[in-house]
Design a protein around this ligand. Structure first.
Ligand SMILES: Nc1ncnc2c1ncn2[C@@H]1O[C@H](COP(=O)(O)OP(=O)(O)OP(=O)(O)O)[C@@H](O)[C@H]1O
Length: 758
């Protein structure tokens, strides 16, 4: 029997006593602090955003805030009523969060209290409504960047199936009779002029237009200053050169898939905040020339370390055992001290480990890092000022990796596709942490790029709703790398599988608000998560939700590459991806949030398709089959050629989704107010252009009506699942076809490689 099934929940008990002793674990001020914290995080973003976009962004927000628009969604017209009150005003309410206007005294235990902010909001709203030219004012007030923001966050998806093998979801899991994607857009043969001084700024929208014309997307990334950045930069260089050395197929593949925009990390024009029209398009050309420019790799050492292609590792080079049997005699000169960490059960093979003087290794790595700054990328990291407020972490990963021996392994929590997660204790501090071990066995080409991407993002980002990666530690061999994360007692998928009761509406609101804050932080920093699902949402016993698993996350606006549309686990995958759209944006994450919201309310996945085709069919059955009028451009999507059954598009209020989530229920169906249903419907809007943005979702009325969002402080607690291997439970009941497939592959590779550590 699955371990999880034996879990005994105190759920009923807990819910019966929602407002008494079990919630007394924290003082009432706690939630205020927390919300202040979250709010401050958001305000930081706001500052960044304002710095980036200038004051016009604020003006636009103020003006936009009261605007009401009519919008047709999924077959029916609905009122797209943005929130009253400016973003600042909204956030400034802080612990009142809300200034949620309670229209009834009825409240669930732990709801955030309502304050009088609503009057301001109404006032602000009416001010805008009085202005008959709201739309025009809004348009005028939008800063170029902000205005583009709605359209520009596009990842150009020129995927083809040949190049999709690197991405974790790109396995041919579902045999779906979708037609092949259209041919790739040809790149411009224009002779580009390169501007590397970091001073040029480009307009995202214009850049996208250019990108559309020339087939090259621009670089836009959050500023990241961790040493991992160095790592990524080298990947880029390596890729480019490898491709020119005759290893085109492999290298191009890697370049296209993994040519990380980190090359431009600190010189992102968008991050720097200026948009000089004169420079528009230049960045596109810059990317183009960078791709074509032939120049020596920045440093052999990095090539070898990352791609395992140099013949002899240099001092400090990471050498992975197992992949270099042929040159074992040429192993690097150094290795970490042999140590038997409690996480590697395969330490018998330690003979392959390099002996290394730790101090010397650090010195060497340090000097290598310095040499690296002499490369073309130097300006990237030193000449461009970081935008204020951008999340920065100054962990020098390469210089200061501790050994995993400094942690005591407690138990394995879960095993995903790309990592095994352990619960562990820091021997020095006694702190309980989660250690995610990067799986290397499937990597033949060096350090796994999904892990690199995840480490890069997680070390750089800091937000209450994003899981915190504290540091990176190394195991007994240098191919054993662990991310040290804050430990979270649950993931929402495992938790819901074992909960007896559903989350209440106010609890779902609390979770959704935290989730939205996290996604807002990502989108504000030009990152798409691309794999939002309940198993990637962690919850601790302080009621805090955090997003994890950034292995698929992308800086959007990255250089053109054959992105796959097979991102996002099937059940949470947006229709445009399922239909093979060539470009996608932040809206894909918003669709996932709609699926998550529904799942939180009903404790069951909303669209649980087995194949892409089945997934689409399930969506269409509930929401109706889309058409050109509700989703302009729909009929041109590649996947639409498939003969879908045409399910009737009924008025959104009476569609099957509403039946699943009625306003009142005597049958045990999860109830959802009109406002809640409106938000759900807006998240599950077919047309990505019309799908609600994270900013608007955060300001949605649902969060302001009773029952108000529960304070984190008053969220129910559940027995920690750390004693259980979450994977064990899922083995028994995994409703996720992609996970099934991944597991099968993992099992094969485990067998093939003689087993995994841990
Ligand atoms: N910080 C953490 N604290 C506690 N548990 C965690 C933590 N991070 C991850 N987990 C658990 O490990 C699981 C797998 O983690 P993660 O999703 O990061 O790995 P993955 O290999 O990328 O997984 P997947 O195959 O789902 O993409 C999560 O679903 C969660 O249950």
């Amino acid at each position: 029997m699955a371990a999880g099934r034996n879990l005994r929940y105190l759920d009923n008990e807990l819910r019966d006593h929602e407002s008494n002793s079990r919630f007394s674990r924290r003082e009432s001020a706690y939630s205020n602090e927390n919300y202040d914290h979250a709010r401050n995080g958001a305000l930081d973003n706001e500052k960044v955003s304002n710095l980036r976009h200038g004051d016009s962004g604020k003006d636009r927000d103020r003006i936009r805030s009261g605007a009401r628009r009519r919008e047709m969604v999924n077959g029916g017209y609905r009122s797209l009523q943005s929130n009253p009150g400016s973003r600042e005003a909204f956030l400034d309410r802080g612990p009142k969060r809300c200034g949620f206007s309670a229209r009834s005294v009825e409240r669930e235990p732990g709801e955030l209290s309502s304050e009088s902010g609503s009057d301001d909001l109404i006032e602000s709203e009416s001010l805008v409504k009085d202005n008959g030219a709201v739309k025009q004012v809004e348009d005028r007030a939008q800063s170029p960047v902000e205005k583009k923001r709605k359209f520009s966050p596009i990842v150009w998806d020129r995927d083809d199936f040949q190049t999709s093998s690197l991405s974790r979801n790109e396995k041919p899991l579902e045999v779906t009779p979708l037609p092949p994607p259209p041919p790739l857009i040809k790149r411009s043969s224009r002779s580009p002029s390169v501007k590397c001084d970091g001073s040029s700024h480009s307009s995202p929208t214009k850049m996208h237009q250019d990108a559309a014309q020339v087939g090259v997307a621009e670089v836009s990334v959050p500023t990241v200053s961790s040493p991992v950045e160095i790592y990524s930069v080298c990947v880029v260089e390596q890729s480019s050169n490898a491709g020119q050395d005759g290893k085109q197929e492999d290298a191009t593949h890697m370049e296209d898939e993994e040519n990380m925009p980190t090359r431009h990390i600190s010189s992102s024009r968008w991050a720097a905040g200026n948009n000089s029209p004169a420079d528009e398009g230049e960045i596109v050309e810059e990317v183009e020339i960078n791709k074509r420019r032939k120049k020596p790799p920045p440093k052999e050492y990095f090539q070898g370390r990352l791609r395992n292609k140099s013949l002899t590792p240099e001092v400090g080079e990471f050498v992975r055992e197992g992949y270099r049997s042929s040159d074992s005699g040429e192993r690097g000169h150094h290795s970490l001290p042999r140590s038997r960490d409690g996480f590697d059960e395969k330490d018998d093979v330690k003979g392959d480990n390099m002996e290394i003087d730790e101090e010397e290794r650090r010195r060497e790595i340090s000097s290598d890092s310095l040499v690296e700054t002499d490369s073309d990328d130097e300006y990237v990291r030193h000449e461009t000022p970081e935008p204020a407020g951008t999340p920065l972490r100054s962990i020098n990963m390469l210089q200061g990796c501790r050994s995993v021996d400094e942690f005591e392994r407690l138990n394995k929590i879960d095993e995903g596709t790309y990592g095994v997660v352990y619960r562990a204790k820091d021997k020095k501090t006694g702190e309980i942490v989660a250690l995610k071990k990067v799986k290397m066995e499937k990597e033949r080409e060096g350090f796994p790029l999904t892990a690199l991407r995840e480490i890069n993002i997680l070390l750089s980002f800091h937000h209450p709703s994003i899981v915190d990666v504290k540091e990176v530690v190394v195991g007994s061999s240098l191919d054993s790398i662990f991310m040290v994360m804050e430990y979270m007692e649950h993931d929402l998928k495992a938790l819901m599988e074992s909960m007896k009761q559903r989350f209440s509406q106010s609890e779902v609101k609390c979770l959704m608000l935290q989730l939205l804050e996290g996604v807002k932080y990502l989108h504000d920093n030009w990152v798409l998560h691309r794999d939002l699902k309940t198993s990637n949402l962690l919850l601790n016993n302080r009621g805090e939700l955090k997003i994890c698993d950034f292995g698929l996350a992308r800086q959007y606006g990255s250089p053109l590459k054959p992105y796959t549309h097979l991102v996002v686990t099937l059940w949470y995958r947006a229709p445009e991806l399922l239909l093979g759209a060539k470009q996608y944006s932040t809206a894909i994450d918003m669709w996932s949030l709609g699926c998550i919201m529904a799942e939180l309310l009903s404790k069951a996945p909303l669209f649980n398709g087995k194949t892409e085709f089945d997934q689409l069919d399930k969506i269409f059955r509930i929401l109706g089959t889309p058409n050109e009028s509700i989703w302009p451009g729909f009929s041109k999507l590649p996947g639409v050629k498939v003969n879908f059954v045409k399910h009737q598009l009924s008025s959104f209020r009476y569609n099957l989704l509403r039946k699943k989530f009625p306003a009142t229920s005597f049958t045990g169906s999860p109830v959802l107010s009109d406002a809640g249903f409106d938000l759900l419907n807006k998240l599950l809007t077919y047309d990505p252009e019309r799908r609600i943005t994270v900013d608007d979702a955060l300001k949605h009325d649902w969060f302001r009506e009773v029952p108000l969002p529960k304070s984190k402080d008053f969220m129910p607690t559940f027995p920690a699942q750390h004693a259980q291997d979450r994977r064990g439970r899922r083995m028994v009941k995994s409703p996720d076809p992609l996970e099934e497939q991944r597991r099968k592959e993992l099992t094969h590779s485990e067998l093939g490689s003689g087993g995994l550590f841990g």
